[in-house]
Design a protein. Structure first.
Length: 213
């Protein structure tokens, strides 16, 4: 394990329960888009977080939902510039979002499930991005995505406001006209959408998932 300092760009969005964490990247640290990394503080077990920036940056960025009674995230929330966080030496990953080199792909995320998409360079085309959350403010990440990916169709849904979920935005037409699907976030969404894709005769080779549990 390695200790690295928190960078000044780090911001905690109080009302949204969201930590936008930037930490120094060790010189020899390498990762691929879609990888996650164990992050924590001394004396607490590390938890995996998806890396939310491309690999050519001098920092590592993470989007972290704070769970009020959680074992780790309430402590991460109080981090200040130059505090030390503990990280694993090696990243891990099963979520092969590099497959988005296929131009007709769809990325579906709930809340901070949008993070892995931010690790992909904009040269990876994605046709449709659908992001949802229970709070509307977090959707500002989708603005960031639309700046990076002006060519993509971006849909966002704040379920508490709209009474809809990302599943409702993913229409049969989008499913029929796209080949690859990247699903990231809460298990319920991933189970629902995967089932629907398989029923629509998509194969498991066409579906990549990352469950945040
Ligand atoms: C591969 C992978 C990548 C991940 N990437 C991210 C990421 O980029 N950003 C991120 O915020 N999290 C991510 N997670 C989830 C993260 O690793 C932890 O599970 C979470 O931060 C645990 O927080 P905690 O220890 O404070 O809460 P815990 O002590 O684990 O839980 C406290 C309470 O919060 C609830 N809770 C815990 N996690 C969630 C959740 N994800 N959604 C809703 N309720 C929850 C629990 O049910 C419990 O009631 C990822 C998980 C995996 C497996």
């Amino acid at each position: 394990m390695t200790k690295v300092p928190v960078l000044p760009k780090t911001k905690f969005y109080e009302g949204w329960g969201l930590l936008d964490l930037y930490i120094d990247k060790p010189d020899d640290f390498e990762f691929e888009p879609g990888h996650f990394l164990g992050v924590g503080i001394e004396g607490r077990a590390l938890e995996p977080y998806s890396i939310a920036c491309p690999s050519d940056k001098h920092y590592l960025r993470f989007l972290i939902s704070i769970h009020e009674n959680g074992d780790l995230t309430p402590y991460l929330r109080t981090l200040k510039t130059d505090d030390l966080v503990v990280i694993d030496e090696e990243p891990g990953g099963f979520f092969d979002i590099q497959k988005t080199t296929k131009s007709n792909s769809v990325y579906v995320a709930t809340s901070v499930g949008i993070a892995p998409l931010l690790s992909l360079k904009s040269s990876h085309p994605i046709t449709v991005v659908i992001g949802g959350t229970t709070i509307d403010e977090i959707l500002f990440y989708l603005d960031e995505i639309s700046n990076i990916r002006p060519e993509a169709l971006i849909y966002s849904v704040a379920s508490e406001v709209a009474g809809k979920h990302v599943q409702d935005i993913l229409t049969d037409f989008i499913i029929e006209t796209h080949e690859h699907f990247f699903l990231c976030g809460v298990p319920e969404m991933i189970a629902d959408v995967s089932t629907r894709l398989v029923r629509a005769e998509k194969t498991w080779e066409q579906i990549e998932t990352e469950v945040f549990v």
